[in-house]
Design a protein around this ligand. Structure first.
Ligand code: NAD
Length: 316
């Protein structure tokens, strides 16, 4: 049978994710849901009308959902569910300012996902990301490997773009890595960042690398400040769609994601940005990479910062 993917939340992030997933043309169905009556149905119709032009057969189905789980039948049998429901940041806001309001939304969504799509892999994107990923696992009670969050792919893509622009080289020649949290304790990893295999540290002075690291950390805020209303969605949706595709294709691709860490890097019992092999069951395994002493210290600091907040979400 063909694969089915659901995107919960038909805002900017959700609708662009649905579009990317549909245009891959590997799914039988892409379901798009929202609580705003008619919005997901309208976007689904619009996307379906693009099929003859873009040349894909995937059917997009829109469904309005209600506060008591009305409409969630539409997600039944989903192999993957991407949760984008929730408020985005406004200029000057930190992701953590969204905690209370988005926790209510994500909990309600996750409980319905558990009920209607009990075998799905859940990919969380709602902010604050690390906390909402932990909350989705608690609310679904799914095995921890079947709940993961999107952050590292986006943050690495931003880092890569920053390096490519600085050195005026094609983005395809640049590899970067970003671990840690999707927030203040993000850990861009210069020692794993290369241009045509050459470490960026050999190509740029240390203060320039640090500048690019800082710009990466503030990558989301930079977009929010320019847009003035809403946050980024083209790069974020590209990242979430690739993760959903890796699950659907059971590809085993290694990607930086927010995953449950249980002993790797000497860190245990927390959702944290690490590299992981992605497949049909979500995270197949966390992949450890060599880090410098200061990068490892940064990752441990991120783990403790995130752990403190994740402990609070159970009560939200
Ligand atoms: N993880 C990341 O890297 C990353 C990047 C960008 C944005 N985000 C986050 O993604 C989320 C969505 O961003 P956006 O730009 O699409 O915002 P948006 O305001 O455009 O869309 C959010 C949508 O969620 C819907 N919604 C609210 N409650 C719902 C519920 N209970 N069920 C279903 N739908 C519901 C809203 O009606 C709205 O259409 C935000 O929390 C944002 O901070 C995360």
């Amino acid at each position: 049978m063909g694969k089915k993917v659901t995107v919960v939340g038909a805002g900017f992030y959700g609708s662009t994710t649905a579009q990317r997933l549909a245009e891959y043309d590997i799914f039988e169905t892409v379901v798009l849901t929202d609580i705003v009556e008619g919005k997901p149905e309208g976007l689904a119709l619009d996307l379906n009308q693009s099929r003859p032009i873009e040349g894909f057969e995937t059917k997009v189905v829109g469904a309005t959902t209600g506060p008591n789980g009305e409409g969630y039948e539409a997600i039944e049998g989903s192999d993957v569910v991407v949760i984008t429901a929730g408020l985005p940041r406004k200029p000057g806001m930190s992701r953590m300012d969204l905690l209370g309001v988005n926790a209510k939304i994500v909990r309600q969504v996750a409980e319905n996902v558990a009920k209607y799509a009990p075998n799905a892999v859940v990919i969380v994107v709602s902010n604050p990301l690390d906390e909402m990923t932990a909350l989705a696992q608690i609310a679904t009670q799914f095995p921890k490997n079947r709940v993961l969050g999107q952050a590292g792919m986006l943050d690495s893509a931003r880092f890569t773009n920053n390096v490519a622009e600085e050195l005026k080289v094609p983005v395809s020649s640049v590899k970067t890595l970003t671990l840690g949290s999707h927030g203040d304790t993000m850990v861009p990893v210069p020692s794993k960042s290369t241009v045509n295999g050459k470490p960026v540290a050999e190509l740029l002075p240390a203060d320039k690398v640090e500048e690019l690291v800082t710009r990466t950390r503030n990558g989301g805020a930079e977009v929010v400040a320019l847009l003035k209303t809403g946050s980024a969605y083209y790069a974020p949706s590209a990242a979430a769609a690739r993760m959903a595709r890796a699950v659907a294709e059971d590809s085993g691709a290694v990607m930086p994601v927010c995953a449950w860490v249980d002993g790797e890097y000497g860190i245990s019992g927390v959702y944290l940005g690490v590299e992981a092999e992605i497949g049909a069951q979500g995270v197949k395994r966390v992949v450890e990479t060599d880090l410098t002493e200061s990068e490892l210290a940064g990752l441990k600091e991120a783990a403790e910062a995130v752990r403190a907040k994740q402990a609070d979400v159970a009560s939200l």
